[in-house]
Design a protein around this ligand. Structure first.
Ligand code: LAC
Length: 226
């Protein structure tokens, strides 16, 4: 890759595995963990997009709470307040993917400034990063909360340009979420979509400049141009 002066990452599903909560769900609701985790994540995303469209912003933790309540109602599963709190706090202790640490270490060693650009609140992002001992990797933790709207709204991507203090063309945006990779491409970032599972890319009018099957491959591509 040529002309890249910084790299920013999506958090949930890109650096951190949202389905790490499935274990906790499985312990509480045997046999339902994976399906619940998928429905919970799907609704969490939908709620962020719908609230953005309706102009009814609430932060990511609140959307996550609401999505969990829907999920239990839909699957006819009980949910008391301590369980709700336990499950939502497991979203603050997500595990990194197996390729995350090494990729961030190599990029960091190359001297590139790194950041996270997430729909998570400032509190959630800081918790997830600190609970996994990954703070060393990042120059900036950038939250959609600062503009009270969620990605893929361009105002969130614009925050990255301001905070990394570089023009968008020089910031590589990395996401596993095709909707996010699309939004970032429309905004004008060079984007690398991490396609770990061989999925089809969304048909939303833009294609990412780069595709890699994991963070290690993306790092190889970046470092070739540095
Ligand atoms: C993020 C999620 C929503 O912004 O993928 O980190």
């Amino acid at each position: 890759m040529e002309g890249i002066s910084a790299v920013v990452f999506d958090l949930y599903g890109t650096l951190y595995d949202v389905h790490s909560v499935a274990l906790e769900l499985e312990a509480l609701y045997p046999g339902e963990g994976l399906e619940m985790s998928r429905l919970w994540r799907q609704k969490q995303l939908e709620y962020t997009w719908l609230r953005s469209l309706m102009g009814q912003y609430i932060n990511f933790e609140s959307a996550t709470y609401d999505a969990l309540r829907f999920c239990c109602a839909q699957m006819k599963l009980p949910l008391d307040t301590p369980t709700q709190e336990r499950l939502c706090s497991s979203y603050l202790r997500l595990r990194t993917f197996s390729d995350t640490f090494d990729a961030l270490r190599r990029l960091k060693n190359s001297g590139l400034p790194l950041g996270i650009v997430s729909n998570g609140s400032n509190y959630s992002i800081a918790q997830v990063v600190d609970n996994s001992d990954m703070r060393w990797a990042f120059n900036e933790l950038i939250s959609a909360d600062d503009v009270a709207i969620f990605k893929p709204d361009s105002r969130v991507y614009a925050l990255a340009e301001q905070r990394m203090d570089l023009p968008r063309e020089q910031i590589l945006f990395v996401s596993s979420n095709a909707w996010d990779a699309t939004g970032a491409t429309h905004f004008g970032f060079p984007v690398c979509w991490i396609n770990r599972q061989g999925n089809a890319f969304d048909e939303l009018g833009a294609r990412p400049k780069y595709v890699a099957s994991n963070l290690g491959m993306m790092t190889d591509m970046v470092l070739k141009g540095v």
